[in-house]
Write a protein that binds this ligand. Structure first.
Ligand SMILES: [Zn+2]
Length: 325
């Protein structure tokens, strides 16, 4: 983590996962057709053609009876310039987001237009699909749209690839959130302690309880808990679960134990891994000790403690942890 001020640390964070969903019959046909360089719309009960196709008719709420081919050229009905494209957007240089009414459709579709500049964009301009070189099996089979002449015959621009594609039934939408986390003063105290191989909690001056990691304020008394207390790396398992389910990016192979560990001298348990024994051996009251990463790897992150392992001591008496279960 970087230093924001004398009191606080800051670090970049990223949360990411791939959202996978089935497309269903209508969007499945739409995506499959894109792989054949065709764009489909749905004709509604009122005769209007929606592109992309609706899954349920906005008038009758029924699935579409008919999918019809539209485009691949169309007319820009609204647009907005993207001067600084983000990673994973359709183009890596400035482009326009545009609502495009494809020829034969009555509704507009959102996509990117590869124009030289914002000055080259205007409502009413004609554009045509630029197909991706490699089949993507998603909306990215249209790489983007590009300006074209008003009278350009759209269908001669690209050879179509009919009947060569497997049906597309699933789609994966990557979801990424990158942000800066600024640690509170109390969290910074905790993280700096970890960088020195120490566990630093804070004590409430009113009730005397010790919190780790501390939020800086006693939740019971509402007063600053700012006197620092160093705790040992030993504690007691108060609650645990055995993780049997795998997921992308998982660092420990299931089955393994995630537990609430009550450090000796603390008044709140914190979450950690229990490794070093069979998951079936972990139990309430089990005594455990912190296993630190090698000293040369220590930094101001909560990962300096690799995990907790059995301490080899007799179990803690039930009364000593009963109120933390
Ligand atoms: Zn208190």
């Amino acid at each position: 983590m970087d230093l924001v001020s004398d009191a606080q640390l800051r670090a970049p964070m990223e949360i990411a996962f791939d959202y996978t969903r089935s497309l269903g019959p209508v969007l499945g046909q739409f995506m499959t057709a894109l792989g054949e360089r065709r764009i489909l719309g749905a004709r509604g009960a009122d005769g209007r053609v929606h592109a992309p196709p609706f899954e349920y008719d906005p008038v009758t709420a029924r699935p579409p009876a008919e999918l019809v081919e539209v485009g691949p050229a169309g007319t820009v009905v609204s647009w907005s310039w993207q001067p600084d494209p983000l990673a994973e957007q359709p183009l890596d240089h400035p482009f326009a987001w545009a609502l495009i009414r494809l020829d034969g459709a009555d509704t507009a579709m959102l996509h990117a237009v590869d124009a030289d500049s914002a000055a080259a964009m205007r409502t009413g301009m004609r554009v045509k699909a630029r197909w991706a070189a490699e089949r993507a099996g998603s909306i990215r089979d249209i790489a983007c749209f590009e300006p074209c002449d008003a009278d350009e015959p759209a269908f001669v621009s690209w050879p179509r690839i009919l009947g060569q594609s497997d049906p597309v039934t699933m789609t994966i939408a990557p979801v990424r959130l990158r942000y800066q986390h600024t640690a509170s003063a109390a969290e910074s105290v905790y993280l700096r302690g970890l960088a020195e191989g120490r566990l630093i909690g804070q004590r409430c001056p009113a009730c005397g309880k010790v919190y780790i990691p501390s939020r800086g304020v006693c939740p019971a008394d509402g007063v600053p808990a700012d006197s620092e207390v160093e705790l040992p790396g030993t504690g007691t398992v108060t609650t645990f679960s055995i993780v049997n389910v795998g997921y992308p990016g998982q660092r420990v192979t299931p089955p393994y134990v995630a537990a609430a560990v009550l450090l000796d001298g603390a008044d709140i348990a914190f979450q950690h891994l229990i490794l070093g024994c069979d998951p079936g051996e972990v139990h309430l009251g089990m005594r455990v000790r912190a296993v630190w990463r090698p000293h040369e790897e220590w930094d101001t992150t909560a990962e300096n403690i690799s995990h907790f392992a059995p301490a080899g001591e007799p179990d803690a008496p039930y009364e000593s942890y009963a109120r933390f279960i």
